[in-house]
Design a binder for this molecule. Structure first.
Ligand code: HEM
Length: 443
């Protein structure tokens, strides 16, 4: 915790106050003026949020902003974000207002969306969260992931085989988008011929989840995709189209022994798993490659010393996190840094700002692949810490290792990169690169 005032003590298992679901409690608004006297989320922020994060972080540890969901507290410092994620007085149940207040509030029409969305483990508190996490945990054990490595190697090879790097290619389209879709499909035991459909579902959900003020149209598209995912998985479950050790099989087994409820709860976990690894891993691959190629000499350094790749991926995660923030609802009134927070208010932990907090990291704006420091908050912390973290690290390391081996002369193609402008899932929509034959010849 920061020295300016720690969160009042609590442990992750603490009970929340009794009463209505926190997402249903209305609280009075706070000072509508922007904390920096200007809009936080503008085009410059969407291309490079780090100067704004720095200004916010140095202006104070907590700010009220109307630009996130009509009003939310922003936490900017590493210790505060980490503590919030570990503290049960901040509830993960936050989908009600989020879904139902999209656009001008088309409540009835979005009920189907809310019913399914709210059941995902990510948005549940203990004890339901622990029950669901226990079921899924077995599917992400280290031995299970180790067995998957040859499959990931083969999937990367397949994707790279089809590319003529001398002519240049869009890394996002050819590698970063399809790879996570194929890997999670393999883990879930579902066919890859539905890949384009998976990616569309994932894109629709990412646009909604990543919008600080979702429009009705974004909510409708996300609902359409989520319900479609639900039907897709229901049909597989009805036909028993899974095997015992794939993720869908594990969930089905848990439903048969009563650890998971049939219907919405089961389908919500399937949909969440299919979605959770796409946008995130895609952006680790894209942001990572972009930063490695942007710094002269780094690509060739890694070629000479591939053993440094593990540290490099960790540092890339810190430096430009694919997930820039996450939210919680205040479950019981509390005071933080002298600021009263009321039950039901939304708190956003700015992971991207926390990862560049100079109180935690020396020279935080420098990408240093040799950095030996605290793990970044990119995978979150506490009970909801990312269950797919190890899987993602495998995907990224395998992909970068193959790229380094095949294309020592890989370079950015000038002015052919475009940020996706999603403030939550920060990444590139276009990343054109090519293999420079002159560099290749010198190797
Ligand atoms: C670069 C890649 C990834 C990043 C940066 C990332 C980030 C995160 C973060 C920050 C959280 C915590 C959110 C919160 O506390 O509100 C989280 C949770 C989660 N992630 Fe990831 N993730 C990545 C990849 C994956 C993959 C590949 C999967 C699955 C295949 C996955 C599945 C999940 C699930 C299921 C949760 C919810 C865990 C829970 O509620 O207990 N993630 N992730």
């Amino acid at each position: 915790m920061s020295a300016t005032g720690p969160l009042p003590s609590a442990h992750p298992g603490a009970r929340r106050a009794e009463g209505p679901p926190v997402s249903a409690v209305l609280t009075p608004g706070r000072d509508p003026a922007s904390p920096l006297g200007r809009r936080l989320i503008d085009d410059a922020f969407l291309d490079d949020p780090y100067p704004t994060y720095e200004a916010l972080r140095e202006a104070g540890p907590i700010h009220w902003s109307e630009e996130f969901f009509g009003g939310a507290w922003l936490l900017t410092r590493h210790d505060d974000v980490e503590s919030m994620l570990r503290d049960a007085r901040f509830s993960a149940q936050r989908t009600g207002g989020w879904v139902m207040n999209s656009g001008d509030g088309a409540r009835a029409e979005l009920q189907g969306f809310q019913r399914l969305f709210a059941r995902a483990m990510l948005f549940r508190d203990a004890p339901d969260h622990q029950r669901l996490r226990r079921v899924l945990h077995a599917g992400f054990r280290p031995d299970v992931l180790q067995r998957l490595v040859p499959d990931v190697e083969a999937l990367v090879d397949q994707l790279l085989d089809g590319i003529d790097a001398d002519c240049g290619f869009d890394f996002m389209q050819r590698v970063a988008r399809p790879l996570p879709a194929r890997v999670i499909a393999r883990m879930m035991g579902i066919e890859c011929d539905d890949e384009a459909r998976f990616i569309t579902w994932s894109d629709d959900l990412a646009a909604f989840i990543g919008a600080p003020m979702p429009t009705l149209q974004q909510a409708r598209r996300a609902q359409h995709s989520l319900l479609d995912m639900g039907r897709y998985f229901q049909s597989r479950l009805t036909r028993r189209a899974f095997s015992a050790d794939d993720l869908v099989g594990r969930l089905a087994h848990a439903a048969s022994d009563g650890s998971i409820e049939e219907g919405a709860e089961l389908l919500a976990q399937c949909a969440m798993l299919l979605f959770a690894g796409h946008e995130t891993t895609r952006n680790l691959l894209g942001n990572g490659l972009y930063h490695l190629l942007s710094r002269p000499g780094l690509w060739s350094d890694l070629q000479r010393e591939p053993g440094r790749l593990t540290g490099a991926v960790r540092e890339l995660l810190r430096f430009d996190s694919p997930v820039q923030y996450t939210g919680r609802r205040v479950a019981a009134d509390l005071v933080l840094h002298g600021q009263p927070l009321r039950r039901g208010e939304l708190v956003i932990g700015l992971i991207g700002a926390a990862n560049r907090d100079p109180r935690r990291y020396d020279d935080p704006d420098r990408l240093d692949i040799a950095r030996r420091a605290f793990a970044p908050l990119s995978f979150g912390s506490g009970p909801h810490v990312c269950i797919g973290a190890a899987l993602t690290l495998i995907e990224a390391e395998v992909a970068f290792r193959h790229l380094l081996r095949r294309w020592p002369g890989l370079q950015l193609t000038q002015a052919q990169q475009k940020w996706n402008r999603n403030p939550l899932y920060r990444g590139l929509s276009v990343l054109c690169v090519h293999d420079n034959a002159d560099v290749r010849r010198t190797h």
